[in-house]
Every structure is written in structure tokens, then in C-alpha cells.
Design a protein around this ligand. Sequence first.
Ligand SMILES: [Zn+2]
Length: 254
Amino acid sequence: MGMPEIQHTEEEFIFDRKMTCIVCDQPFTTKTLKSSRARRLESDVDLRPRYEHIDTLKYGICSCPNCGYSALNSAFSHLSPRQINNIKEQVCVHVLPEDRSGCSSYSYDQALRMHELALRCADAKLAKNGEKAYLHLLMAWLLREKEKEAEQISIEELRNQETAACHEQAEEHYLAAFEGFQQAMMNEMFPIAGLNQPTLEYILAYMAFHFGKLEVAAKLIGSVLTTSGAPRTIKDRALDLKDEVIKIIREKKR
Ligand SMILES: [Zn+2]
């Protein structure tokens, strides 16, 4: 007889961190990843990060349950007085306080609500295109997981409805991320949303491939492959993607 298998839960990898909201001055707790606790797995083909036993993406946003102000963890405490005003006027007045004391980890719905609020706050604070595009990318990645969960719904009609809705929303956010990052590349300095040039170019190349824009994909792949300082792992991914693009171009010519 082997050892009984230990069931891991996300709770093991997170803790409640005490915060004070920079917008409403109220204290609250936010679920935060314990550093270097979770083991990193290979990322998806579009570099969506994967960890063992936990979807760390759900914990990337800090969100005040009192006033609704939400942002990427790294951006939460950085607001000008004017941005605070804009967020109060454009977001907080429309948001009701939310009681999150009962949740020990975040569901996809909870994480998506918080990302949605972060997007609204990003608009209100006139965030850069890169930051907004990154939020759209995160939402697309989270919605794909929600879609996978919805595939488990036993009632067929409800299952089809839910998966279709998640899929459609994921595609919308993925497209918004694709367009937003392209804008950001023209107007912003790297790193953009924490991503260096070859990494963002690779992600964009994959997105272009996803949306059938093969020429755009090929151009971006070329740029990644000719960047001397590009990480080896990114170059390897770019080479794989190049093969995929060439394959499809050849099929089309037939
Ligand atoms: Zn607040």
C-alpha cells in the first residue's frame, strides 16, 4: 500500500495581508501568494504562467472591498491625488462594499470581478495602454479557466450557454490585449507591464497567429529571433511558432 495522496488546496499557498486603501483610507486584508511556495510548471504556449496546485493569476489584483479601488498588486499604492479623485468619482460611487470575509481562496468569478474593477480603475486613472492591455490579457486567461470549469456542468443546455459565454468574453479580452499592446509598443518604453521587448513581441506574435494575422506574426517572430539578448526559452518558443506559421501558410497556398 502506498502513502495516501495529500490533497493540496490553494489556501496552503496564500495568506491574508493587511492593507490600507490609498483611496478610502480603510483597512482591509488581501489574499497574497506566499513567496516561492508554489512550484512553477511550464507555461502555456502564450506564456500564461502555470504553478502546481494553485492558479496564481487569481491573486494578482489587490482590491479594496470597501470602496472598490483595485489594481495590480505592484500598482496598488501608486496613485496621484488627481488619480485618487478620478477613481472616487468614476468608480467608487458606483460600487457597493463587498463582504469577502467568508472566502478562504478566490473563485474565478471573484478573481474576474476584481480584475474588472481594476480595469475600470485603470480607465479612471488614465493608465497607460500597456497596463490596460495586460489586465485584458489576465482576464482572457482567467476566463479560459472559467470556461474549463463550466465544461463540468452536468445540464447540457446550461453547460453550452456558460462555455459559449466564457469563450466569447475571453476572445474579446484577448483581442483588446492584442490591440492595446500594439498601441503600447508604439508609445511606451520597455518594460511594458513588466514585460521585456522579446517577451512581449513573442506574446503578440502568438496572439497575431491566434487571430489569423500571419504576416504580423511572422514579422514579430523575426524580430524576436534577431534580438541578440532575447532569452533562449523565448527564442525556442518563437522557433516553434515559426514552424506553425509556415505550415499554415503552405497549407493556404495549396
Ligand atoms: Zn478603499
